[in-house]
Design a protein. Structure first.
Length: 414
């Protein structure tokens, strides 16, 4: 009798993503870690994605799709499921052969992956990473129009016959959720990083098999982390890192530190709000306390976490998990936040929650931590006991089990 995939033989996984793995972002970081961990276990992963913004070293495991001029998602060009891309994908599928398709996104490349799987009779595992409703409502100049356009475009490729449940949300949010639900419903199995996001998907009508599999941090990056500096500076060293996007609230982080005199702030990242952020920092009293470091690698961000006292995570109600939270646990830096969902990722006792999401409340919490540094020592001790729980190696077996279940259900076992 042949052994099931994932137990006795390597799997051949076709991943589809609308963001190139060489770029920075939570989805890209998660995908890189998953690919590396799968390949260490002997599986073969091929990523179908958009071109990188800068030249990258040759990688036979990446297939670059053709993008459509004039279209972008979050600043990245879009690879629509065109006939040209379908021919390229079909050629690679014929040459390499695959057991399962894993779509990491829900835009052009994600749709192309779904269609390719159906053409080749392969099971589809869909990862749901993003809260498009929050992103559109907080970033688009015309949120309703943007959500409606996204719904219509996505619906032209992936239909959804069922009506969404009526929930207490805006019309914009309702339109934004529809493509997410349609993509999930078109898959055979759905992977989500947290229970709270799985509950939101189910509440919006997703009834496909849902698997909660956390994202992870690459094991090698964690092993390479330097020791934490022993010196304690006179001021609380605060860190913020991520995409300069409205729902991530980098401007609120700057304002909270402005109100908390006993703090410095190091900011790592880039994005649409960069000009406004530079203007906010370039003020008397802040120039000496706030430093912008630009976009850095994940390894550099983890090293910075080792050198700072607390991670400021001011976003609320917009994250499915937040890779930066996993990185914080791995690096052992306490997290100051204002979102109850954070505690699913950061262990209780390793985080401190402000009384509400206002900048005044965040500043109040910063002042308290600056005055009681022993609290941070206790939080670091908690995080040290849980650091290994963020490693990608802990979640790869579960991901392979989802692949295996999807393959078995499709009847494609050898």
């Amino acid at each position: 009798m042949s052994e099931p995939p994932g137990e006795g033989r390597s799997l051949r996984v076709a991943m589809f993503a609308d963001f190139h793995p060489a770029t920075l972002g939570g989805i890209q970081t998660s995908m890189r870690a998953q690919r590396a961990a799968l390949e260490r276990r002997g599986h073969r992963v091929t990523v179908f994605t958009i071109p990188p913004p800068e030249p990258t070293p040759p990688d036979s495991g990446i297939v670059v799709l053709t993008t459509t001029g004039g279209m972008s998602v979050n600043g990245y060009p879009v690879a629509l499921p065109t006939r040209r891309n379908a021919r390229l994908i079909d050629t690679v599928f014929a040459e390499r052969g695959f057991d399962v398709v894993h779509a990491q996104t829900t835009y052009g490349a994600g749709i192309a992956g779904l269609r390719a799987a159906r053409r080749h009779g392969l099971p589809v595992v869909q990862s749901m990473h993003s809260r498009d409703d929050s992103f559109i409502e907080r970033n688009s100049p015309f949120p309703y129009l943007a959500a409606l356009t996204m719904r219509v475009l996505h619906g032209g490729f992936v239909g959804l016959r069922k009506e969404l449940p009526r929930l207490p949300e805006s019309r914009t949010a309702r339109h934004a959720w529809r493509p997410l639900v349609a993509q999930a419903q078109a898959a055979d199995h759905v992977v989500v990083p947290t229970r709270h996001f799985a509950q939101r998907l189910a509440a919006h009508g997703v009834d496909r098999p849902l698997h909660v599999v956390s994202n992870g941090v690459d094991d090698d990056l964690v092993r390479a982390l330097p020791e934490r500096p022993r010196d304690r500076g006179p001021r609380l060293r605060v860190l913020w890192c991520g995409r300069f996007s409205a729902e991530k609230r980098p401007l609120d982080a700057v304002e909270a530190v402005r109100l908390a005199e006993g703090c410095t702030l190091d900011i790592y990242g880039a994005g649409a709000l960069e000009t406004r952020l530079r203007s906010a920092v370039d003020r008397p009293g802040l120039r000496e306390r706030v430093r912008l470091h630009g976009e850095v690698s994940q390894a550099e961000c983890l090293t910075a976490m080792r050198a700072n006292d607390v991670l400021l995570f001011p976003s609320a109600g917009c994250d499915t998990q937040g890779m930066v939270l996993l990185e914080a646990v791995a690096a052992g830096i306490p997290v100051l936040h204002c979102d109850p969902d954070v505690t699913e990722t950061v262990p209780e006792g390793g985080e401190f929650r402000a009384r509400d999401a206002s900048t005044d409340a965040l500043a109040e919490a910063l002042r308290l931590l600056a005055q009681h540094r022993d609290r941070l020592d206790a939080m670091r001790e908690v995080l040290a006991r849980h650091a290994d729980r963020t490693l990608q190696s802990r979640f790869t077996e579960r991901l392979v089990a989802v692949y295996t279940e999807a393959i078995a259900a499709s009847g494609r076992l050898p």
